[in-house]
Design a protein around this ligand. Structure first.
Ligand SMILES: [Fe+2]
Ligand SMILES: [Fe+2]
Length: 228
């Protein structure tokens, strides 16, 4: 059934219902991953964007996510497996491949040295963060889902809180990248390397925000580990 998005819905509900809405909110600089509880109407107001424009764009999208699957109908265990396969594995491939291109771009254009510095920080934090999820947080979460207990829940709480804070840091890095790259728009006469890097960084931003949305707004929410 097609559900119409309204201004009264939260950002998390909006992107859960219409996953591609994440692309529109991202470009409008609306933070749907850390601020998922905010109402769509309030977020639009804060950015000075007329709500009807936002609703018109979102309601014109198809409902599928980019992989053609619907998370709403997946159980928590399957969501964890999906996150690991679709996002954690992809990061392991993409980050090392992208690194020499970002470095070369910064060598060619000194004004972009901050992009290189941010990329190195991003790479380090995303790598360590995903590993922490794979090795510690997700196994504990799986055990809790499988057989819930108060002690497991208490053990999970500070870990999930830390994960949420790291999500905020990563989102902040992308926010800054957007600022200094003019929303990943290559300037006139930019080299092929710069074009490639901007394109891949924007794709990395899209995947990362979709990834964090799944964890913050769907997975942790479903198991009752809400943001405190
Ligand atoms: Fe993750
Ligand atoms: Fe994460």
């Amino acid at each position: 059934m097609v559900k119409t998005i309204t201004g009264n819905m939260t950002l998390a509900e909006t992107v859960t219902e219409v996953p591609k809405a994440g692309n529109i909110l991202r470009e409008m600089h609306i933070d749907f991953v850390n601020g998922g509880d905010q109402k769509l109407s309030d977020a639009a107001f804060e950015q000075g964007i007329p709500l009807e424009n936002v609703l018109y764009e979102i309601n014109g999208l198809d409902m599928e996510n980019t992989d053609g699957i619907d998370i709403k109908y997946m159980d928590e265990m399957s969501i964890i497996k999906y996150i690991q396969r679709r996002y954690h594995e992809d990061l392991k491939d993409e980050l090392p491949v992208l690194t020499p291109y970002v470095e070369k771009m910064a060598d060619q254009d000194e004004s972009l040295s901050e992009v290189w510095e941010i990329f190195k920080s991003l790479k380090k934090s995303m790598t360590e963060h995903s590993e922490e999820e794979d090795v510690n947080v997700f196994p504990l979460l799986e055990s809790y889902i499988d057989n819930p207990s108060d002690s497991k829940r208490e053990a999970l709480k500070p870990r999930v809180e830390k994960i949420r804070n790291e999500h905020r840091d990563v989102t902040g890095f992308f926010h800054r990248l957007r600022e200094i790259t003019n929303d990943f728009t290559p300037y006139a006469g930019a080299t092929g390397i710069l074009r490639l890097v901007y394109d891949r960084l924007e794709r990395l931003e899209r995947d990362t925000l979709d990834h964090i949305h799944l964890e913050n707004n769907i997975l942790f929410q479903r198991v009752g580990l809400r943001a405190s």
